[in-house]
Each structure stands twice: as structure tokens, then as C-alpha cells.
Ligand binder design. Structure first.
Ligand SMILES: NC(=O)c1ccc[n+]([C@@H]2O[C@H](COP(=O)([O-])OP(=O)(O)OC[C@H]3O[C@@H](n4cnc5c(N)ncnc54)[C@H](O)[C@@H]3O)[C@@H](O)[C@H]2O)c1
Length: 253
């Protein structure tokens, strides 16, 4: 059990990558606060964890709200007495489109969730971790931060912002024994995938177009990122901070 006795909060854990990470962390012994704006999704993830004899609590939270981030940290520490991992994973995609077609509301929403949401998670989680002298703050960035595709410029910029935020926070947290790491997945089979492709649903053309750009020849399953998150959250990654781990089958080479 690589996360035995640890307590983790995972945002966006009602679906896709966050759900897989919450399940994987619980399987490695962590008690997991499953947070999502989608209450039903969060509850479904908790059911999966409990079905495998793990421990989890569902909490409905909007990561763009300071009070909700504060409540996440307070609930986890009240329930389990500590906080070891905060996985700032919640995010929203961008419909594939040229910049002249992007309205301000779309820009604001993407930056609110993908950037402000991460800042607010750090604002409330890092002080608890710093006081304890241990902890790991993980962020789901994207290969879009490193190697964007055409038509996703605002999303790519939001993920670039959190890569830089991870590095800056890592410096701030390091003297306190706290690590901060960004994970950069390539396109992943989750409900978000068709939006990136500019499709209502993934079809053979979109899939082939994306897979051709990945040297290993396939896209991620959510579990590919979950495994990386478990490793980074564990003490096996004790010397990894400020890094961006590409989980991308070689896409960023
Ligand atoms: N799927 C991909 O191809 C891909 C690739 C690279 C990075 N990512 C990133 O991975 C992360 C997870 O996405 P996913 O692919 O699992 O998609 P997903 O749609 O399956 O999951 C995203 C979850 O975030 C939740 N969420 C959205 N806004 C929220 C808010 N304001 N507060 C709380 N929760 C909120 C949604 O309800 C959903 O459950 C995101 O940050 C995304 O940008 C995804």
C-alpha cells in the first residue's frame, strides 16, 4: 500500500481522470475526499471506492469558489485529522475554434476553472501541508501547455499558466517539505475528449488523427494518469518537485 494512512483530496473526481485517480489512491490505502461540482458523479466515485473496501467521502464543490476550496480542506482534516495530497484536477475543455471566434465568457470560464481553481486549492491546502511539514500538491496540466494543437489556444494558455504556477509554488513549498508537481496528459478517453476534437462524439477520423501524433500509437486511458498521480503522491517521488510529468506516449518529443 503506497499511500497507507495518507489523506487525499481530488477535485473533478466525479468523472474521468479524477475518478480514476481517486479510485487508485484509495486502492493504495489513502482516504479520499472526492470533490466535484457534479454531486452524482462524486457519489458514484465514492461508491466505486467503497465497493472495493476503500474509504472516501463525496463533497460537492465548485473549485472557482474560495469558500468551497476552504470547505474541502476543512472537511478532510476534520474527518481524518491530516492532509497529505491535494490533486487539483478539475478542469474544463475548449471547443476547437480559431481565436476570433472565442468570446470573453469562454475565456473567463476556462481561466476561472483551470487556473483560478488551482490557485484557490493551493491557497487553502498548502498552509495545512506547510504546518505539517509534508504534503504533495498535484495539478493536472496538459500536453497542450507544451505542444498545443491548433484551435485550443485559451485552454493551452490556461494549462501553461498552471505549469508555471506549479514551479513557483514548488519553490515556495520546498523549505517546508512540501512538493508540487504538474502532470501533463496527452488526449485521454474521458467525456472531455470529443470537445478537443471539435466533435459531438469521438469518431474514427478524430481518433486516428490524434493517435497518429502519439509515438506509442494510442491515447491515454484515465488509469494511465491515475498511476502517475499515485506515484507522485507517494514517498517514492520524494525528490520530485516543480516538475511537469508528461504522460503522453511521446507526444511532446
Ligand atoms: N481528457 C483529456 O483529453 C485531457 C487531456 C489533458 C488534460 N486533461 C485535464 O484533465 C482534467 C480532468 O479532465 P477529464 O479529462 O477527466 O474530464 P471529465 O470531464 O471527465 O472530468 C472533469 C471533471 O471536472 C468537474 N468540474 C468541472 N468544473 C468544475 C468546477 N468548477 N468545480 C469542480 N469540479 C468541476 C466536472 O464535473 C468533471 O467531473 C482536466 O483538468 C482536463 O483539463 C484532460
Amino acid at each position: 500500500m503506497r499511500l497507507r494512512d495518507k489523506v487525499a483530496i481530488v477535485t473533478g473526481a466525479g468523472s474521468g481522470i479524477g475518478a480514476a485517480a481517486a479510485v487508485a489512491m484509495a486502492a493504495e490505502g489513502a482516504r479520499v475526499l472526492v470533490a466535484d461540482i457534479n454531486e452524482a458523479g462524486a457519489k458514484a466515485t465514492v461508491q466505486r471506492i467503497e465497493g472495493a473496501r476503500g474509504q472516501a467521502i463525496a463533497l460537492t464543490a465548485d473549485v472557482t469558489r474560495a469558500a468551497d476550496n476552504q470547505a474541502l480542506v476543512e472537511r478532510a482534516t476534520a474527518a481524518w485529522g491530516r492532509l497529505d495530497v491535494f490533486f487539483a484536477n478539475a478542469g474544463v475543455p475548449q471547443w476547437k475554434t480559431d481565436v476570433e471566434e472565442v468570446d470573453e465568457k469562454t475565456f473567463d470560464t476556462i481561466f476561472d476553472v483551470n487556473v483560478k481553481g488551482v490557485y484557490l486549492g493551493a491557497k487553502y491546502a498548502l498552509p495545512v501541508m506547510k504546518r505539517a511539514g509534508r504534503g504533495v500538491f498535484l495539478i493536472t496540466a496538459s500536453t497542450a501547455a507544451i505542444r498545443p494543437r491548433p484551435g485550443g489556444q485559451i485552454y493551452a494558455a490556461s494549462k501553461g499558466a498552471v505549469v508555471t504556477l506549479a514551479k513557483a509554488l514548488a519553490l515556495e513549498a520546498a523549505p517546508h517539505g512540501v512538493r508540487v508537481v504538474a502532470i501533463a496528459p496527452v488526449a485521454t478517453h474521458t467525456p472531455m475528449l470529443p470537445t478537443f476534437m471539435g466533435k459531438q462524439q469521438v469518431d474514427a477520423e478524430g481518433l486516428a488523427r490524434y493517435e497518429q501524433t502519439v509515438p506509442l500509437g494510442r491515447l491515454n486511458q484515465p488509469e494511465d494518469i491515475a498511476h502517475a498521480a499515485v506515484f507522485l503522491a507517494s514517498d517514492e517521488a520524494a525528490m520530485i518537485t516543480g516538475s511537469v510529468l508528461e504522460v503522453d506516449g511521446g507526444r511532446c518529443i
